[in-house]
Design a binder for this molecule. Structure first.
Ligand SMILES: *Cc1c(COP(=O)(O)O)cnc(C)c1O
Length: 500
């Protein structure tokens, strides 16, 4: 490929001859792991990186992710214009700070926080739900510790109760902040936390029970209302006062618009904090999340830092210091541009496209649908018959059509179930849904004509076993079976990434 140099300044031209980067830069490999000694012209740097990035997947065809891949050009303009603003410079960018505070208040009201119209909500913008969850978890841990200290009881063994279907950030929280993660195991056919079992696991060291509104694996909402009921009863009996956090990373912008009567938020008294990803159904590009607390009493004062902002006090509670402002500005754009009407329309559209896709997949007759009708708009499905081919092969073959559809196994105790998942975002249109169904049909038809990797492996193992001359090395039928099982386990373990 030829680069047409934009350099016209004669001095600059003599410094760097760069009419073609094919001859100049590709012949001279770009060092990958050490910073190069010499500089290169800006257009060559651009071209080289741009070309390499062409091999990335196309974000809009990435059906693995909940994260926003399209925004209106007007918002793109606002984002570009604020790329150089540091969010933490609140004194210098007071308007950006004000927009963040407005977003926090809008979200707190959306979740029915018990605050008056002229009262400020308690919450903060974060990089995503992961940071939001670290902060919420930390607040629970501190509150629990303070209570235990005051009671003169040991406070060195905090635990948190969740379903085994939690997103990895909860495991991170547990490890980083030294809290034991007590997971309620799943069962075949029931892929969310069972509130009865969760409440049974609660003890005096439980800092909170975390419920998920929109399980990452199946989109299903956990029954927060029942959890609140059961936990209230247990709290009465024990005097522990164990609170609830709702991880509404994906469902926090679905439930208020599609299921306004569903009680999962601050309408339930034990729900003390909620996180949501602005970059999922909040409809902003990656880099924004939110955490809101029920009231000031639920966020220990010792965790809050106070920044002088235009002579007045701006409380902050984040893990980072500097970061960009554009995502906060973009979130505010979406809130005022769409309003509840706009969000409702978009979410209804997503639900409708999920329905079309689900029905198309059902019509093939080859898959079981695992996701529920009520929940985050996604379709999770497993193969009815995995004796010849697996969902991992379906996923691989769909890549050839450009689709990125992840396949993964369920967490314990449902790890023998492997599923495919398609997340329906705003930019996944009905036309694309129909197209995807026809490509899935092509893939299963193709797989029918291909030999099963399982039988190839079996034949190989049997052949190896038969060729062994030593009697001792001869494999029994059971050993052969075990080896095949191990082969599958390795294959599955190697591919268990992609659910984000
Ligand atoms: C996506 C997700 C997270 C992590 O959110 P990020 O915004 O990507 O940090 C946490 N919990 C659930 C349920 C999620 O779906």
């Amino acid at each position: 490929m030829v680069i047409t140099s934009a350099v016209t300044d004669p001095e600059e031209q003599t410094q760097s001859l760069h009419s073609t980067f094919a001859s100049r830069y590709v012949r001279d490999p770009i060092p990958r792991f050490k910073m190069p000694e010499k500089c290169i012209p800006k257009d060559a740097a651009y071209q080289i990186i741009n070309d390499e990035l062409m091999l990335d997947g196309t974000p809009r065809l990435n059906l693995a992710s909940f994260v926003t891949t399209w925004m209106e050009p007007e918002c793109d303009k606002l984002i570009m214009a604020s790329l150089n603003k540091n969010y933490v410079d609140m004194d210098e960018y007071p308007v950006t700070t004000e927009l963040q505070n407005r977003c926090v208040n809008m979200i707190a009201h959306l979740y029915h926080a018990p605050i008056g119209d002229d009262e400020a909500a308690v919450g903060v913008g974060t990089v995503g739900s992961s940071e939001a969850i670290m902060l919420a978890g930390l607040a629970f841990k501190r509150k629990w510790q303070a209570k235990r200290k005051a009671e003169g009881k040991p406070y060195d063994k905090p635990n948190i109760v969740t379903g085994a279907n939690v997103q990895v950030c909860w495991e991170k929280f547990a490890r980083y902040f030294e809290v034991e993660l007590k997971e309620v195991k799943l069962t075949e056919g029931y892929y969310v936390m069972d509130p009865v079992k969760a409440v049974e696991m609660v003890d005096e060291n439980t800092i909170c029970v975390a419920a998920i509104l929109g399980s990452t694996l199946t989109g299903e909402f956990e029954d927060v209302k029942l959890l609140n009921e059961l936990l209230t009863k247990k709290n009465k009996e024990t005097g522990w006062n164990t609170p609830i956090h709702v991880d509404a990373a994906s469902g926090g912008f679905i439930a208020p618009f599609l299921y306004p009567c569903l009680e999962w938020d601050f309408r339930l008294p034990l729900v003390k904090s909620i996180n949501v990803s602005g970059h999922k159904y909040g409809l902003v590009y990656p880099g924004v999340g939110w955490v809101v607390w029920r009231s000031k009493d639920d966020l220990p004062e010792e965790l809050v830092f106070h920044i002088n902002y235009l002579g007045s006090d701006q409380p902050t509670f984040t893990l980072n210091f500097s970061k960009g402002s554009s995502q906060i500005i973009a979130q505010y754009y979406q809130f005022i541009r769409l309003g509840t009407e706009g969000y409702k329309n978009i979410m209804e559209n997503c639900r409708e496209n999920a329905r079309i896709l689900r029905e198309g997949i059902e019509r093939t007759g080859r898959f079981n649908i695992i996701s529920k009708d009520v929940g985050v708009p996604l379709v999770a499905f497993s193969l009815k018959d995995s004796s010849q081919h697996t969902v991992f092969e379906v996923s691989d073959h769909l890549r050839k059509f450009g689709w990125i559809v992840p396949a993964y196994t369920m967490p314990p105790d449902a790890q023998h179930i492997a599923v495919l998942r398609v997340v329906i975002r705003e930019d996944f249109s009905r036309g694309l849904a129909e197209r995807l169904v026809s490509d899935i049909v092509k893939v299963v038809d193709l797989l029918d004509t291909l030999p099963s990797p399982l039988s190839t492996k079996k034949a190989h193992v049997v052949a190896v076993a038969n060729n062994e001359t030593s009697e001792k090395a001869k494999k029994s039928a059971l050993e052969t079976q075990k080896e095949i099982a191990l082969y599958w386990k390795r294959l599955v373990d190697g591919k268990r990434v992609g659910a984000c």
